[in-house]
Design a protein around this ligand. Structure first.
Ligand code: SF4
Length: 376
């Protein structure tokens, strides 16, 4: 559910969920939190963990845009949850500002990176711009970018001559002059017809041979996505199923300030080792890294089966580097993208989909759980 359209009361809306605009799901409302700058201190992490347990069903997920989302929130518990999060600076002034602040920040941020991100957030808040709900920015100015495979439409990166501003889909960027230039590029996207019905992405516009002015400096080479373990900035902790148990979140944040990533991992800064904690994966060869699953039964009333125990049982059969997605129903909340193998639970058993989403046409239908090891 990293970037789906929101749905409340059965009506599809053209927005991504946030804290102030929750999304209805099978197990209640999903409340998505965008920690400013992708950072969490111990008090903020504690507030999220407490809020998930007191006002949701305790589930905390990492999203593909380095946000956190709480599940199982109700209409009655939403307001006290928001009040608790707002007291820790985790909620924007209003829903429009929240929607606009779609900024992905490299976890390897230094003070200059943090300043770039906060200046951009302030400019966006003041801009009044209405951008497509999935339209986002990446602040990725390290020696080589680490977010190029992650969703963004406008990127701040580093060239040998200094910072550049690059439109997604372009191989070159323009010398970066400040946040207003990033907003001007967003306005150019709108002026060029990038979002004719309120939806659209920069790469699609660029693919139509429309080019922003001033892009002369070649984009730097990307760095492969890292695995869990030690980094110069701290320890990258991967989370099983992209979900972080509330007490694990509290304990990680006590070890060092956290940086969220879009890779189902958190960076615990300033530490060289981590204790064994529930849900944390530190071995880059752990087959659990390839597993995706929604909460499933019994957590979600729409689920036709338990998902996570099955995914764990099948983990050893998944080829290295492949993704196995087990979904409790066709909504595919646990992984809204295509997976190498998807098992979708139905009333008649499991459907197997190759290289598709939970709702895509199945190769095999109505499989019993006991048949799955042989089929895989
Ligand atoms: S995909 Fe999973 S969490 Fe989402 S509605 Fe279906 S069973 Fe529930």
């Amino acid at each position: 559910m990293s970037a789906g359209d929101g749905q409340i009361g059965g009506q599809i809306k053209g927005w991504c969920p946030g804290a102030l605009q929750p999304m209805e799901s099978g197990d209640g409302w999903v409340v998505r939190i965008r920690p400013p700058g992708g950072r969490l201190d111990a008090a903020q992490a504690g507030a999220i963990a407490d809020g998930a347990c007191a006002h949701g069903n305790g589930v905390i997920e990492l999203t593909g845009r380095a946000n956190l989302q709480l599940r199982g929130v109700t209409p009655a518990s939403h307001a006290p949850l928001i009040a608790a999060l707002r007291a820790h600076g985790l909620v924007d002034a209003d829903a429009a500002t929240e929607a606009r602040r779609n900024i992905l920040v490299t976890p390897y941020a230094d003070p200059q990176t943090d300043a770039l991100a906060s200046d951009l957030a302030a400019a966006l808040a003041a801009s009044g711009l209405t951008l497509p709900s999935k339209f986002g920015f990446a602040v990725d100015p390290g020696p080589s970018p680490v977010l190029t495979r992650d969703p963004a439409d406008i990127r701040i990166e580093r060239h040998a001559q200094g910072l550049i501003l690059r439109a997604e889909g372009m191989a070159q960027g323009a010398p970066y002059r400040g946040p207003e230039q990033a907003l001007d590029l967003a306005r150019w996207f709108l002026d060029q017809g990038g979002a004719p019905d309120g939806r659209g992405r920069m790469a699609a516009l660029i693919a139509r041979s429309t080019r922003p002015p001033g892009a002369t400096l070649a984009a730097p080479a990307a760095t492969p996505q890292p695995g869990p373990g030690a980094t110069p900035q701290g320890m990258l902790a991967a989370l099983e199923f992209g979900q972080i148990p509330s007490d694990t979140l509290r304990r990680l944040a006590r070890l060092g300030p956290l940086r969220l990533t879009p890779w189902r991992m958190v960076l615990v800064t300033g530490t060289r080792s981590l204790p064994v904690l529930p849900g944390v994966i530190l071995d880059p060869r752990d087959p659990a890294l390839g597993l995706r699953a929604c909460p499933g039964a019994p957590a979600c009333p729409q689920a036709h089966a338990a998902t996570r125990p099955l995914a764990r049982a099948l983990a050893g059969l998944v080829p290295e580097g492949a993704v196995l997605h087990v979904s409790g129903c066709t909504k595919g909340c646990g992984w809204p993208r295509a997976a190498d193998i998807t098992l979708t639970a139905t009333a008649a058993g499991f459907d197997l989909i190759r290289h598709g989403r939970a709702s895509d046409p199945a190769t095999l239908r109505g499989l019993h759980a006991l048949q799955l090891p042989k089929v895989l």
